[in-house]
Every structure is written in C-alpha cells, then in structure tokens.
Design a protein around this ligand. Structure first.
Ligand SMILES: [Cu+2]
Length: 358
C-alpha cells in the first residue's frame, strides 16, 4: 500500500482486524455532522415537520461513534447505537433518518474470518424498537437478532466464519420501513488467507449504494420508485472519509488514485429494493470476487450485478489520468444520484480541479 490520504473529513479508526491479538479501544468518528437544525431542515427540504412522527419531532441526535475493540485473537466487541439523525440526502434536502450511529449507511464494521462478534445495540430512539441483522454471521434470528426496546440496550454473540462483503440492517418489523429509513450498512469479514490479488493492490475503497424514498412513507417504500439512488464511502483506515448516502459528496470530493494504480473497491448494495449494475467507466473489472468471497473469483467483467444486499470485491487498473465515473449502469438510477467520481492524477493527489458529472 502506498496510500497517502488527505484529511477531508473527521478521521475514523475502523478496522479491528488491524488490532488482532491486542486489545485497545478503536472507536470511529463519523463525518462532520451537518449544521442544519431540525427546524431549518423542515424549512429547506421536503421533509415536513408535520410528516415526522410525533416522538421524532425536533429530534436530531448527534452521531455517536461506533466502538470496536478486539478482546482476544478471535473475539471482537462491537457497540452501536440506533438513533434518529438528520441526513442531507440531496443539496438542501434533509431526511430525518433512522440510523445506526447517526450515519446512513451506518459505520463500516471490519472483522476477521473466524472472529466471534460480541455485539451491543443501544437503542436511543425514544419510540421505536430496533435490532441488528448481520448477514455475515450464523445466528438464530428470533433470538440473536431480537428487537431492543426504546432506551434499552441488548447484547448478542455470534461467529463470522464466512469471508466477504456483507450487508447489515435493522430487522425489526416492518423491515422495509427500517431499512428504507436508513438502518443499513456494511460489514467486511476479511478472508483468513486473503485474496490472491492482495499483493498488487495499491489503493482500496468502500462504496455502498442505497436508495431514498419519500420520508417514512410505507406506500412509497413498497410501491413507489426511489427519489434518490446514491453512493457513499466509508473509511478503511483512520483519516479516510466517511460519507452518508447522498447525491453530491462523491462528485465534489472524489476518490483519488494515481495513474497505474491497481484499485480494489469493496462494494455493497444495501437497497432496500433495487439491484445495482455496478460499473466503472473507462476500465474493465479484471478481478471480481462475488460477495467478497475469494472462492467466487471472476475475471474481466464490464459490470457486476449486485442483488439487494449483495456485495463484491472488484479490482481494476487505472491507466490514464482523468475522472472515472463509477455508476450503476441502470442509468435511471445514475440520473437520480448514483454516480461517484474516481479522480486519477499523475501524483495520486487531488489536483483540486472540478470533476464532471455523468
Ligand atoms: Cu430499526
């Protein structure tokens, strides 16, 4: 790795896998909270105060950093919150999201294949029960993914024995409402023996795709089409950006690489409803590991199909300087925001020039 990062957002220390065998507190900060208050949010955006459910009116809980601590060679404590936090999903449009830790998608969780996750969920929502369903683990959902009542805390343990890029989400009924309101995210389980291409990777990023609908509108969630389809990125290392799923941040603050870099992206489509036709304009995906499992190795893909919840590790080389749009090739969704820019420069640093749309 020859990555040099710029401090664009507040640092986040995320990968407990880096702490294997030692114990230490590895908490992550989130992106800089938006300045809008709930009042200005309702004035600026389409989220009308009248639509906000009564117990959430005026509520905008500041993001609480995730806590991750490795307590043994194969044991990781993860503490997260369920909380109500305003997210700017489009310029000036605030969504009073149901979130994990005040981010939507929630904070990235990284563990090692073979770890046992000791998970604690603190429900800060004054009104609604929430829960956690990690796709990466083997568990009894009725017990291990049980709902935590408002203002209560619950703890669960389960093994993460399969490597890959997995979705997590709140599994409280109606699940569609909890996911569509923002309670989703990504957990990476690092393969015990790595990926065959590990040695040649120069830079790696995380990209998550999600959709937004009308605020807390069950009919729109079930029968409508998304108003916004968006990408976000999450930090793999301290100092890398954490962003929420919005239409503009990854255009204004692109991912940055150097000419010749071999790039890896951990990508996850958290839906809730749509599939992603993940595509990087200007290159071919030389190596793809479906769901991030090294056994699912494909070569030379133009586009990788990610079902709702699906993940992948995709790798490619950038041979020429310029801006490479990363899209879902379902262009109705790209038009609604699902474009991120990878800026490739001779130096590997952002040259500050504006990026183009797509
Ligand atoms: Cu929930």
């Amino acid at each position: 790795m020859k990555r040099k990062t710029k401090m664009m957002w507040t640092a986040a220390a995320l990968s407990v896998s880096l702490l294997a065998g030692c114990s230490g507190n590895n908490s992550a900060a989130t992106s800089t909270p938006k300045k809008e208050s709930a009042n200005t949010a309702s004035a600026q955006g389409t989220t009308q105060t009248s639509q906000v459910i009564e117990p959430h009116k005026g509520l905008n809980q500041p993001p609480v950093p995730i806590k991750m601590e490795r307590t043994g060679p194969h044991d990781v404590n993860v503490e997260m919150t369920a909380q109500i936090t305003d997210i700017e999903i489009d310029k000036g449009k605030i969504y009073k999201a149901w979130t994990f830790n005040g981010q939507a998608p929630g904070p990235l969780v990284v563990v090692n294949e073979g770890d046992t996750i000791h998970f604690t969920l603190k429900n800060m929502d004054p009104a609604i029960p929430h829960s956690m369903d990690f796709h990466a683990v083997h568990a009894a959902p009725s017990k291990d993914f049980a709902s935590i009542q408002p203002n209560e805390t619950g703890t669960f343990s389960y093994p993460a024995n399969n490597p890959g890029v997995f979705m997590y989400h709140c599994g409280t009924s109606p699940v569609l409402a909890h996911i569509a309101n923002g309670m989703h995210g990504t957990i990476i389980v690092k393969p015990k023996n790595g990926y065959p291409t590990d040695k040649s990777i120069d830079r790696e990023f995380v990209l998550i795709q999600n959709e937004w609908y009308k605020y807390n509108d069950m009919n729109d969630f079930a029968n409508g089409v998304p108003s916004h389809v968006v990408f976000s990125t999450k930090a793999l290392k301290p100092g890398e950006p954490n962003t929420n799923g919005d239409t503009f941040t990854l255009k204004e603050h692109p991912l940055v690489a150097k000419v010749g870099d071999h790039i890896r992206i951990y990508v996850n489509n958290v839906g809730p409803n749509e599939v992603s036709s993940f595509h990087v304009v200007g290159t071919v995906l030389d190596d793809v590991y479906l769901d991030g499992n090294p056994a699912n190795h494909l070569k030379g893909l133009q586009t990788v199909m990610l079902p709702a919840s699906g993940g992948a590790v995709v790798e490619f080389t950038v041979t020429r300087p310029g801006n490479y749009p990363i899209v879902t090739h379902q262009f109705n969704h790209a038009q609604k925001g699902a474009v991120a820019i990878l800026k490739v420069t001779e130096t590997g640093e952002d040259d500050g020039k504006a990026t183009m749309g797509h």
